[in-house]
Design a protein around this ligand. Structure first.
Ligand code: 4NP
Length: 152
């Protein structure tokens, strides 16, 4: 099993969206026995909360159900439990890099790297509805690229 953790700041907008999109695409490819996905935040502010209602609505309009997800913070043990830890932006990546134990042998990088090196998923939290559509556009495109890599 290849285990994937997607990470943003609050774990209520970008990373639960990425979790739901990846999970749906993994199921659609019939790869659920080989790939698993979870999400977390570098901040613990929203622990236990459902995804932001705007993320839920934007996801639902494209067929993704985020309603059962609950926010949690990244913990040190995640570096033992996951093979890929993928950050939504460079701040999250720097935070994860500072937590990374020396023995971590997995891949830590940006979620959008398969689209373009250094590209970030913009934080939609303080913006309007268009930001949530941009998040989905970027995440759907990068998820397809990751799936192409992982199914080899
Ligand atoms: P996320 O978005 O990192 O994509 O979940 C945010 C959610 C909450 C906050 C910031 C970003 N916040 O400041 O509470």
């Amino acid at each position: 099993m290849t285990r994937i953790l997607v990470v943003c700041l609050g774990n209520i907008c970008r990373s639960p969206t990425a979790e739901a999109v990846l999970a749906a695409k993994i199921r659609a490819c019939g790869l659920d026995k080989r790939l698993s996905v979870d999400s977390a935040g570098t901040a613990a502010w929203h622990t236990g909360k459902s995804p932001d209602s705007r993320s839920q609505a934007a996801g639902k309009s494209r067929g993704y159900d985020l309603s059962g997800l609950r926010a949690r913070a990244v913990i040190p043990a995640d570096f033992d439990a996951f093979d890929y830890i993928l950050a939504m932006d460079k701040n999250n990546l720097a935070h994860l890099d500072s937590m990374k134990p020396a023995h971590f042998s997995g891949h830590l990088g940006l979620f959008l790297a398969p689209l373009q090196a250094g590209l970030e998923v913009p934080d939609p939290y303080h913006g309007d509805a268009t930001g949530f559509e941009t998040v989905l556009d970027l995440i759907e495109a990068a998820s397809d690229r990751w799936l192409t890599n992982w199914r080899q």
